[in-house]
Design a protein. Structure first.
Length: 39
């Protein structure tokens, strides 16, 4: 299992948007994706 983390202490920096876009692209490429948001 591979894990990719997006971390930044500053709010409003676009982390969620970036993660959703990357997860969508990886999913369309055939990867199984799990996204966890701890905001």
């Amino acid at each position: 299992m591979k894990v990719i983390s997006f971390l930044n202490p500053k709010g409003g920096s676009g982390k969620t948007t970036a993660v959703i876009n990357i997860a969508t692209a990886l999913s369309r490429s055939g990867y199984n994706i799990a996204v966890v948001d701890t905001d």
